[in-house]
Structure formats: C-alpha cells, structure tokens
Design a protein around this ligand. Structure first.
Ligand code: T1G
Length: 687
C-alpha cells in the first residue's frame, strides 16, 4: 500500500486512485506505486477488471517536471504503460479535470477511457522542448489517426471532452465522479456492452499529406515539434519498434538546451510567487480606482475588467473621460472577439466600469493605481489628495516605470500602504507585473498585490526601488550597447536581425520605433543632468528625433513605414549615422551576428548581476521571469540568468574584460560574478 495511490476492491472490480497532491505529478514514486498496485490486482483472482482514476483537482498533470532527473529510474513511465497495455485484465482509465502529457499517455495505454464533463486533455510536451515520451506518439495515432495526432502533439494544444469523444480518445463523457464513471464502465466491459481493446493491437494508416504538410509547417520551428513529427511517423512500424524510436528521440530532446530553457521558463512563472511576504494576510479588493486614462491607465482598467473586478477610471475632464472609456471598451471588444471574454462577462465588466472626472469617486475603492504622466511633483500632489479622500485602509499604488516610490509614499500619511504596481504596455495583454516594494510597504500589502496579480492572470515579480526597477534598469544598459554598435559600424537592421534570429520577437530598433522615439528621448533628457561624463553617449537617436521622426507613429524612424507597416530601413537615419561616425572620426568595423548577440546578452547579464547584488531582485529566476514575460526574451532560452549559466561565469568575465579594453566605464565585471567564479557557484543554485 503506497501513500500515493489508494487500492480498492468493489466486487470483481479493482480500483487504483492516484493521490499525490497537488497535481498527481507522475514521478518515480507514483509510477512505482501504480506498477505495484496493478501487479497486486492482476494476481488477485477475484478481480476481473481494473479502473485507474485520479483523486483531487484533476486526473494528473503528467510526468513530474521537477523529477526529470530520475525519469530513467525503473520502472520508467514507458515500462509502466507497457505493463498496463499488456495487462491480461481490462484496464479502464477514468479522467476528470485535466489529463496532460504522461497522464494522457497513461490513459492511452489503458484498454478503454471515459471522461467526466469539462475534461481537458493535452500532450503539451513540445511546450517544454520535449515530445510525448511514454507512448503518446505511438498510441494517439492508433486511436485518433495520424492527422489528428500530428496536430495535437506538434501544437501541444488542449483537446476538449467533446473533441476527445469525437476522436475516439474516450468512449463516453458522463457526469459525476471519475471513480464512479470508471466502475460503471468496467461493469459495461464485463457485461460485454463496451469493448476494452489493448491500444498496441491497433494499426495505423500513414497519412503522407498530413506528414508533409506538418514537415513544411514546422520546418523553421523549434526542434521539439519537428522531432515529435519523426516519432509520430514511426507509428506505422510494429509497436515495439515505434516505441523504441520514440524513446530515443525523447531522450535526445531531454538532453537539449531547449528543454532546459522551456522547463525553466515554466517553473520561473511559479517560482516568483515564493516571496518573503507569502502567507501574510490578504486584503479583499472589491473595487479598484485608476487615475489617468492614457495608454497605460486604460490598459490597466481593461485588465481589471477582464478579471471581473469592478473599476473606476478617473480622468481630468469630460472629454478625456469619454476618450478613455472608448479605449477601454475597444480593448474589451477585442478580448471578446479573441474569445478571452464571454458575452456575459463583457456585459458585467461594462456595468461595473465607472468613468468620471471626479477624484472623489474613489472615496470607497480598496486600491488605487495612479497612471498619470511621469512627473514626481504631479504624483506627490495626487498621492497627498488620495491620502485624504480615500478610505483609511485603501492601498495606494503607482504605475510609474522608474520614479522613486519611497518619495511618492512620503507624500502620504500611509507609507505602509503604498507600493508600485508596474504594468507593461499593452497592460491588458502583457503578463508581467513588477510589484515594487518600498522601505515601508507592509507584508500584507505585498501579499495582496500578489493575489491581485493571480486574479489578473499576471506574472508578479517582487522588485525593490531603483531607477527602472528590474526590467527597465537592465533594458537601459543593453539598449546602450545597440547605440554603440551602430556608431562602431553596424546597421540598425543588422542589429535587429541578429537578435530576432536569436529568438527575440522584435529587434531593439524596431521596438523603439513602435514605442515612439520621443519616449526614449524623454528618458535621456531626464537622465542628462546625472549622466556621468565618462559614459559614452550616442547622439544618433537625438538627431533622428530632431527631424521629427518618432518611428511608426510618424511613418519614419529607424525604419520607414507605410500605413503602419514596416517597409525597410530609413536611409536618412542611416545617413545621420554615417555623418556622426565621420564627426567622431570613427572607422566603421564589422561585427558578426554572434558578436552582436554576445555583446547584447553580456550587457544584459552584467546589469542583471548588479540588480541581484543590490537586492533589487530577490533571485536570478525573478530576473528571468521579468525578461521572459515583459520583454519578449525567447522562452526556449529560459531567461538571461538561465542563459548565463549555460554561457558560464568564466566566459562572461572574459567577455567583459575584453570589451572593457574599448570602454572601461561601461564594461565592468560585477563583484558577484568574480565571487561566483571563485566559489564555482551558478545562478541556478541561488534560486
Ligand atoms: N510536474 C511537477 N509539478 C507540477 C506539474 C508537473 N507536471 N504541473 C504542475 N506542477 C506544480 C507547479 O509547479 C505548482 O507547484 C503546482 O503544481 C500547481 O501548479 C513523459 C515527459 C496542471 C494546468 O506540461 O500546465 O508528461 O509552484 O500553479 O495554475 O511524455 O500546472 O506550487 O510548487 O500551475 O492550477 C507535461 C504542466 C509534463 C503540465 C495546473 N505536463 N502543468 O495549473 O496550478 S512532461 C505539463 C500545468 C510529460 C511525458 C512528458 C499546470 C496545470 P508549486 P500550477 P494551476
């Protein structure tokens, strides 16, 4: 009897209930328990049929992602599933909630499957840089056909209960508990009403069209979908050959960097929730107030509407109120169209949306998010007013992207209830939320902010106060490297192409054009007075702005645009670069794409290490989450700190020392990096 499964006998039906909270993840302990329980019931002469079901929220979340290091320990999952398939007694899998990855493979190795209404199944392994490595690529085609198997496995998408029924993955979809559904199905099998067939006895028809269409579709995708396709194509072989082929391909992916990066990104999203304030009292937030209905304010408002949280949006006059409401309603209509919002919730959100030009309308909200323009005096004035008119226990937060929130808090009588909630544009879509904790923010306020983030389906990352917090502070450093590369000889679009080939969704110059070059200029002007004289400064961006070229919104920036579409590099901007190089007597050098990426990534890691040293970020994984969920860092590379461990501390130090020969002020090896080298420590160990 194992602590991870319950074994029961109901007459001639044996039941194995997986019970390993929180998600019945199938690691070596659970798969051993299943194997032993099945052996036990096979040898029990009274038992004529066996039911497999899951206790708790759902059937099972699949193989234990945190236990991959032990995935080769016997009995391996493929061995357990082969044991199920070859079981001399009918095995029925009864699934509820979710059956993902190895869990669905477990069900596919059974002789019959039933689902509980609302069930969702998937083989999401490609999202982890893997392929279904326990028979999924061989058994799904046998049950659902080659074309459906290719689509489901190579995309990793969810399959609803109805589709599973249609595809023949489940024999029926019923209500009630999965345990009872399993018993009922077992009785039907014993009564000859339902057929229980070992999946491995089935044959697969190849589907050359589906295979060649998929080959074309995934030719430039990551490795996992292409490799999964190879495994699925082997399903036409005898089962043992196909399973062997699948296992070999799976183990190859398991060793790969894509798997390491994607699994790290999956866990990073959850690790950021583990903060010192976790477990503190969470305040209820019934209504939220947003001050400022510009791009950010209306995006933030829409984010709360999408989460079903009533929100009051305040602007300074009736015209601005109307415009802000229109923007929010446009965002919500878009969400409705994309299926992110049901009709009913859409109506409710609009009913709960108050828009006004009266600050006093925030008298009863539980939380305020200030999203006005980035001016310290304006913010401190506003916070002083909010402090007087809001409820004594209301939380006051700022969406500022870099200003000192300690200073903002000092304008109120409630500094313990003040923090930063830094959203990323578009705020109703981008998942990152930097929760900026001041010197005085109380733990329950931080815990409440993290709980709000959960309701908003955001990824909260705890940050300390500094200029730019975590994300923008690091961005400002590696963005400078791009300016230096252009002065030293690289074209804008070569920088962008090198980084998009590396995996970024957009290159830094295209991103600046999209955000608006005037935004960058304002940031530079703000920092001009405090810019150290030793810092190398490129005037190129300022010279481009002087022409009134602000990027996409003006049709010209680093690139040329027509009707908002990028049509190519802007030769006039490039001419400014050539002129500037001549004025600085710079002889253009050539850089390979690899050198461009190396400098960009090394600058990112260098600043990230100082953010860590200063305690602005709690752990390396928090910095990974910021770059993954707020800055389009390629997910399969896991984030800058995960990548830093792959590059290696010695290599990073030697790169910085080499670059320092050109610019000793910009390139300085952080002390923490040297300490890590001396102690042989990795960033992963700091998590
Ligand atoms: N293994 C280990 N831990 C897991 C896990 C898993 N598969 N899934 C979730 N957890 C942890 C998670 O880290 C968190 O832990 C807690 O459970 C709650 O999760 C051989 C090799 C199931 C939809 O890709 O998609 O099978 O942070 O916060 O929002 O072919 O978890 O609290 O310590 O996400 O309700 C394939 C991954 C594995 C599914 C639930 N399976 N999981 O979402 O809860 S590879 C997956 C999810 C595989 C085989 C291959 C979601 C969920 P902690 P949560 P949730």
């Amino acid at each position: 009897m194992s602590e991870f499964v319950t074994i029961e006998r109901e007459g001639e039906i044996g039941l194995i209930g997986m019970d390993k909270p929180p998600v019945n993840a199938i690691g070596v302990a659970l798969r051993t328990a299943i194997h032993e329980a099945l052996s036990d019931l096979i040898s029990d002469q009274k038992i004529k049929a066996i039911v497999l079901y899951g206790a708790g929220r759902f059937f099972s979340a699949g193989a234990d992602i945190k236990d991959f290091a032990r995935s080769a320990e016997q009995p391996t999952l493929p061995e357990v599933l082969k044991f199920i398939n070859d079981c001399p007694k009918p095995v029925i899998a009864a699934m509820h909630g979710r059956a993902l990855g190895g869990a669905l493979e477990l069900a596919l190795s059974a002789h019959l499957r039933v689902g509980i209404a609302g069930l969702k199944v998937a083989l999401p392994e490609v999202k982890l840089g893997l392929l279904p490595g326990a028979g999924g690529t061989q058994r799904l085609p046998r049950l659902a056909g080659m074309a459906a198997a290719i689509d489901i496995i190579c995309t990793g998408r969810e399959v609803s209960a109805d589709e599973a029924l249609r595809l023949g993955l489940v024999a029926k979809v019923v209500g009630g508990s999965s345990r009872d559904a399993g018993v009922a199905a077992a009785r039907d099998v014993l009564a000859g009403k339902l057929a229980a067939i070992p999946t491995d006895d089935l044959l697969v028809e190849t589907d050359d069209n589906a295979v060649s269409a998929a080959k074309a579709r995934y030719a430039n995708a990551l490795t996992a979908p292409q490799t999964a396709l190879d495994a699925i194509s082997a399903a036409t072989l005898p089962i043992d050959e196909g399973l062997a082929k699948e296992r070999a391909l799976f183990m190859a992916l398991m060793q790969g960097e894509e798997r390491a990066g994607l699994v790290h990104a999956f866990l990073a999203e959850r690790e950021t929730l583990k903060i010192p304030e976790a477990g503190s009292n969470i305040r209820s937030v019934e209504r939220v107030g947003v001050v400022g209905g510009g791009t950010m304010g209306s995006g933030i408002t829409a984010a709360f509407c999408l989460a079903g949280i009533p929100v009051s949006l305040i602007e300074t006059d009736s015209q601005r109120v109307i415009k802000a409401r229109e923007t929010v309603e446009k965002y919500l209509a878009g969400a409705l169209k994309r299926g992110k919002l049901t009709e009913q919730d859409h109506v409710k959100a609009l009913e709960n949306l108050v828009t006004s030009d009266e600050l006093n309308d925030l008298a009863n909200v539980d939380l305020v998010i200030e999203a006005i323009f980035e001016d310290m005096n304006a913010k401190t004035d506003l916070f002083a007013k909010l402090d007087k008119l809001c409820k004594p226990d209301a939380i006051l937060s700022s969406n500022t992207s870099y200003l000192d929130i300690n200073q903002i808090a000092s304008a109120t009588s409630r500094p313990a209830a003040v923090l930063g909630l830094h959203f990323f544009s578009p705020a109703h879509i981008m998942r990152l939320l930097e929760v900026v904790v001041t010197d005085n923010t109380s733990p329950d306020i931080v815990a409440t902010a993290f709980d709000l983030a959960r309701q908003l389906k955001k990824v909260p990352v705890r940050s300390g106060v500094c200029d730019g917090f975590i994300g923008n502070r690091i961005l400002s450093r590696y963005r400078k490297v791009c300016e230096y590369l252009v002065l030293d000889g690289v074209e804008f679009d070569q920088v962008d192409r090198a980084l998009t080939d590396f995996g970024f969704a957009m290159g830094p110059f295209a991103v600046s054009d999209l955000a608006g070059l005037d935004i960058g200029r304002a940031a530079r002007e703000r920092k001009a007075a405090s810019r150290p004289p030793q810092e190398r400064y490129s005037r190129v961006a300022d010279l481009i702005c002087e022409q009134g070229w602000f990027g996409r919104k003006t049709g010209k920036g680093y690139y040329l645009y027509s009707e908002g579409k990028l049509i190519g590099p802007n030769p006039d901007a490039q001419a400014i670069v050539y002129k500037e190089r001549a004025a600085l007597e710079l002889v253009p050098k050539t850089f390979t794409d690899e050198e461009i990426v190396a400098r960009y990534i090394t600058a990112m890691i260098q600043e990230a290490v100082t953010v860590l040293e200063e305690g602005v970020a709690l752990r390396p994984v928090d910095i990974d989450a910021v770059k993954l969920f707020g800055y389009g860092f390629p997910r399969h590379r896991g984030g800058p700190m995960h990548l830093a461990d792959q590059i290696g501390v010695s290599e990073l130090i030697s790169r910085i020392e080499t670059y320092a020969e050109e610019d000793a002020y910009f390139w300085q090896v952080p002390q923490l990096l040297r300490t890590m080298k001396n102690e042989g420590q990795s960033f992963a160990e700091m998590n």
